[in-house]
Design a protein. Sequence first.
Length: 303
Amino acid sequence: MVANVKTAQVRQLRPTADAAGRRFARDEDHARLMSLLMLVFSVSPILAPLAGSAVAAATGWRGVFWAVGGIGLAGAVMSLRLLPETRGPAERRGSTVASALAAYALLLKDRPFMGLTFIGGFGMASFFAYLANSSFVLIQHYGLSPAQYSVAFSINAVAFIGVSQITGWLGTRFGLARVVQGAVLGYLLAMLALLAAWLLGADSLWLLASLLFIGFGFLGLVVPATGVLALDDHGEIAGTAAALMGTLQLLCGAAVMAVTGLFIDGTARPMVVAIGACAVATALLTKGTLGRRSRRARVTAAA
């Protein structure tokens, strides 16, 4: 539970950091900065289950809510006192509700931006499906203790975060679009292998844990790279673009969790099917978005 709450808080804060990073960093450093920001933010999903178990054991379940409330209050104070404004006074004078709505309308009509947003959105939705269902699957179905579950959950989060740290290096060598395409392929193959195994009746904790570890590792490359690519053409409205991207991705994750919840049957099958469906959606969006982008680049180069 505390992991779900903390992850929601992290996802709400990420658009602010994405926009600030887009303003502070040069284009070639943006992927590296995004990966570092993801490292800092994603510590919460790793530590939250462990800390939540300790707090609940010491104070009861009510103590978890007091702890989360205190952390939220501390974060609000720190953002007010320590986070500088990234837009100068001259840039803020033209900011109105009408200009914000116009920027949202522009972004919603931008097919590459929307495609990249939902590539990351469906990728994160698969992690959200795991987040929402893993406690039931690992504790009730496989019989892990709460402490063992915390470790199992943290291992997948470590894969996601650890691999994300090489996004900048890979982007420099191969280009971010190729990194996304390769990572999505690896993510798709891992999750389809997991889905196929489950449809064939393989009910193995080790198989589940191993393929999720591999798939979420590839996903750690997809999310920061698509965030950079989505904001790349919208530097002047980076804050608006990051806010819209974060909101749409949260809605995507919430929708997947809600639909998955309708099919809970006490096994891992609904979670695995949801993750596999998200992987397929991510792959189709990648082909449609980055395939079109690559074709445009070749046409431009030829001209």
